[in-house]
Design a protein around this ligand. Structure first.
Ligand SMILES: NC(=O)c1ccc[n+]([C@@H]2O[C@H](COP(=O)([O-])OP(=O)(O)OC[C@H]3O[C@@H](n4cnc5c(N)ncnc54)[C@H](O)[C@@H]3O)[C@@H](O)[C@H]2O)c1
Length: 438
C-alpha cells in the first residue's frame, strides 16, 4: 500500500463524512423542515484485516464499487501481506490480506487508537479475537463510530451488559455479525409455526458436524483458549465456529434476550489438545419452557452443512441455516422453500441512513446466546476425550482428529433433545448451570 496514501477524511464532520439522516436534520425552530443532507458514502474501517477479515474486505470492496461505502483504513498489528506471505500463510492455515485486497490509497493503522486519533470513521467492522471485542467496541463507540461487531459479541455476559450501556449512552449503533439474523428464513419458520401446519412446537434441535484441521488451532494464539493473559476468550465449538447454530436455534425458539433463557445444560469435551471444547452438547430451557438441544463437533469424519429442526406435534421444519433453505414436513407431505437474506453491513448502513429501518442483530438480541456463552465460560474445563475414541486422520482437509460415532450422537441430540451424557456418550460429565436471567 503506498506510504503516501491520503488519510481518512479530515473534514468538518467528526465521523469523517456527512451525517446520514438523523433527528438533527428534522424540523428547525422556524417550523420549516430542513431536507435531509444527501448522504455520501459512509466512511468505514476494518479492524482485524486477516483471517475472517479477508471476507469482510471482499464485501466492503464490492459495496465501495457500488458507492455505498468508502474504505478509509484497515487496522491490524500485522500490516497487509505480500503475495509470498499470503501463500506462506495459506500453507499454515492462515488467510492473510494483501494490498491487492484494498483500494489504492487505503491507510493502514497498527491499532484502533491510531485510527481514532487520525479521525473516527462512520463505521468500524471489528473482526478481531473474541477477548478484544469489548474494549475495541467500547473505544469505537466512545469515538462516535457505529460498529459491525463480529460474533460472539463479547467474552462474557457482564461485558455484553457493559457494552449495551455504552451503546445506549453514546447513542451509536452496534450490529452483531450473526448472519442468520438477517435471514428471512427465521421469520418464515415463525409464520409456518403460527399457521399451525406442524402442530404445537415441542422443542428445537440442532446438528453441527464440522472438520477443523490442526492448523485451525495453531493459526492464532487465542484459538481454542478458554482464557488468554488472564482474560476470558471462550473459543470453543459452542461459542465460536458453531455459535450461529446455537444463536439461530434460540431465535427459532423465541429466545433472543438474556431473560428468555431459564437454564443451560452442557456436556463440554475436546479431542484436540486445546483448553476449550470441540465436541459438545448444549441444552437450553427457555423461560417459555421450550427445550433447545444441539450436538456440535469440530471432530467429524467429514464436514456436513449444519441444520436446525423445529419439532412439532404434527410435523417439523428443518432449517439449513447456511443456505436459508427450509424443509417443511406437515400432514400434506414435505416441501422445500428457499428464503432471502439481508446482509448485516448493508442493514447497518440502511439503519444509519434511516433509523426507522430496524437493525437485524442489535446487541440486546444476542443476550440469550450470551447466556449460553457465559455458562460455557463458567463451566468446569471440558473433558478430554480418551484417545481410544479418537482417530488421527490425514486427508485432503489436512491432519484432523475424528471422534468415532460423533455424527450419530449429534443427530440424536437434535432428534431426542437429550444430552451427550443422557445418550451415553462414553466420555461425558454433564455440567449444568441453573438459574434465571442474569
Ligand atoms: N460471522 C462469521 O461467520 C465468522 C467467521 C469466522 C470468524 N468470525 C469471527 O471473526 C473474528 C476474528 O476471527 P478470525 O478467525 O478471523 O481470527 P484470526 O485470529 O484469524 O484473525 C484476527 C485478526 O485480528 C488481528 N488483531 C488481533 N488483535 C487486534 C487488535 N487489538 N486490533 C486490531 N487487529 C487485531 C490479528 O492480527 C488478525 O489479523 C472472531 O470474532 C470470529 O468469531 C466470524
Amino acid at each position: 500500500m503506498p506510504e503516501t496514501a491520503p488519510t481518512i477524511d479530515g473534514g468538518g464532520h467528526p465521523h469523517g463524512s456527512p451525517p446520514a439522516t438523523t433527528p438533527e436534520t428534522g424540523p428547525t425552530g422556524s417550523g420549516t423542515a430542513t431536507p435531509p443532507a444527501a448522504p455520501g458514502p459512509a466512511s468505514l474501517a476494518l479492524v482485524g484485516t486477516h483471517g475472517h477479515g479477508t471476507s469482510h474486505l471482499g464485501h466492503v470492496r464490492s459495496l465501495a464499487r457500488a458507492g455505498a461505502v468508502r474504505l478509509a483504513a484497515v487496522v491490524d498489528p500485522h500490516p497487509l501481506a505480500t503475495p509470498a506471505e499470503v501463500a506462506e500463510g495459506a500453507a499454515r492455515g492462515q488467510r492473510l490480506a494483501s494490498a491487492d485486497d484494498v483500494p489504492e490509497g487505503t491507510v493502514w493503522h497498527p491499532d484502533l487508537a491510531g485510527l481514532l486519533a487520525a479521525g473516527a470513521p462512520d463505521v468500524v467492522i471489528l473482526c478481531t479475537p473474541i477477548d478484544t471485542h469489548a474494549p475495541l467496541a467500547t473505544a469505537a463507540l466512545e469515538a462516535g463510530c457505529d460498529v459491525l461487531l463480529e460474533k460472539p459479541p463479547t467474552a462474557s455476559l457482564a461485558e455484553l451488559e457493559q457494552l449495551v450501556a455504552t451503546q445506549e449512552r453514546t447513542g451509536r449503533t452496534v450490529q452483531v455479525g450473526f448472519q442468520t439474523y438477517g435471514s428471512h428464513a427465521v421469520a418464515r419458520v415463525r409464520e409456518i409455526v403460527a399457521s399451525g401446519e406442524i402442530g404445537t412446537v415441542t422443542g428445537v434441535g440442532g446438528v453441527g458436524t464440522w472438520v477443523r484441521p490442526d492448523t485451525y488451532w495453531t493459526r492464532a494464539r487465542w484459538a481454542g483458549r478458554r482464557t488468554l493473559d488472564g482474560r476470558a476468550v471462550v473459543d470453543g465449538v459452542v461459542t465460536n465456529p458453531l455459535a450461529h447454530a446455537v444463536a439461530t436455534a434460540l431465535l427459532l425458539a423465541g429466545a433472543s434476550r438474556a431473560q428468555d433463557v431459564a437454564h443451560v445444560e452442557l456436556d463440554l469435551a475436546h479431542a484436540n489438545p486445546i483448553e476449550a471444547d470441540d465436541t459438545s452438547s448444549v441444552r437450553v430451557t427457555t423461560t417459555d419452557g421450550l427445550r433447545v438441544a444441539l450436538g456440535l463437533t469440530l471432530c467429524a469424519a467429514v464436514q456436513t452443512p449444519p441444520h436446525l429442526v423445529v419439532h412439532g406435534t404434527a410435523g417439523r421444519v428443518v432449517l439449513h441455516y447456511t443456505r436459508d433453505v427450509l424443509e417443511v414436513t406437515g400432514p400434506g407431505g414435505t416441501r422445500t422453500e428457499t428464503c432471502a437474506r439481508d446482509d448485516l453491513l448493508e442493514n447497518l448502513l440502511a439503519h444509519r441512513a434511516d433509523p426507522a429501518v430496524p437493525l437485524h442483530a442489535p446487541l440486546v438480541a444476542t443476550g440469550a446466546f450470551m447466556r449460553v456463552l457465559d455458562a460455557v465460560r463458567a463451566a468446569p474445563d471440558p473433558v478430554a476425550i480418551d484417545a481410544a475414541h479418537v482417530d488421527d486422520v490425514t486427508d485432503e482437509q489436512g491432519r484432523h482428529l475424528v471422534v468415532r460415532g460423533v455424527e450419530e450422537l449429534c443427530t440424536q441430540v437434535a432428534e431426542t433433545l437429550r444430552t451427550f451424557g443422557e445418550l451415553g456418550a462414553p466420555w461425558t460429565r454433564s455440567a449444568g448451570t441453573a438459574g434465571g436471567a442474569a
